[in-house]
Design a protein around this ligand. Structure first.
Ligand code: ZN
Length: 204
């Protein structure tokens, strides 16, 4: 399986990092080893001093497809979960300055914790406006709504599937809203989808 991530999909987040709002989706990949094995803790990596949380809605693909038109995209997923796209912001800055890819900053082991539980799209109160948030030590640090995405989930599926075949079990991280920020050893993170806690772990 592969993990496809989308950068700068919320205008306010693009602006908070002084990035232009993109005209087409910015996509990058994380390897399967970015997931955290069940019961495994998250350890702060030793190659960064500025690890940031980015909470994101995560789409799980349930059907193989290529060249999927946006209007058919709903047939390719029926569940949405939540994940954190951990980013070594200092390393990412160095990559950007050199015009290099982001993998060192974003694709490292355990950089993509994802909820075990996913919500059924059919059971969401409004599948076009999914609310989600991240709490750090009990305080809300990021709050988002899928209605604010620059590129909607169907548009993302259309765009990504022009370039790569989507397979069953592939995950799409759909971008983070504003409020990204650093985590420290000892922090407790908890992510909610429509007020339901789906993902909870400590930084060790
Ligand atoms: Zn992200």
């Amino acid at each position: 399986m592969k993990i496809i991530c989308v950068g700068r999909n919320y205008a306010k987040h693009a602006r908070e990092l002084n990035n232009p709002v993109p005209e087409q989706p910015i996509i990058f990949l994380k390897p399967e080893t970015a997931l955290i094995p069940k019961g495994h803790p998250f350890f702060y990596p030793n190659f960064t001093k500025d690890l940031h949380h980015e909470v994101e809605l995560v789409v799980r693909i349930n059907r193989v497809g290529k060249h999927i038109a946006a209007e058919h995209a709903h047939k390719y997923y029926d569940e949405i979960g939540i994940g954190v796209d951990f980013t070594a912001r200092d390393v990412q800055q160095q990559c950007k300055e050199k015009g290099h890819p982001w993998e060192r900053a974003k694709a490292f082991d355990h950089s993509a914790p994802v909820s075990r539980k996913f919500a059924k799209v059919s059971q969401l109160p409004n599948p076009g406006a999914i609310q989600f948030r991240l709490e750090k030590n009990g305080q809300t640090v990021q709050e988002g709504n899928s209605a604010d995405m620059i590129f909607s989930i169907p548009q993302l599926i259309e765009d990504v599937s022009k370039f790569m075949t989507l397979k069953i079990g592939d995950l799409i991280f759909t971008g983070t809203p504003e409020g990204v920020g650093p985590v420290q050893v000892g922090d407790k993170l908890e992510a909610f989808l429509e007020n339901q806690s789906l993902l909870k772990f400590d930084i060790r």
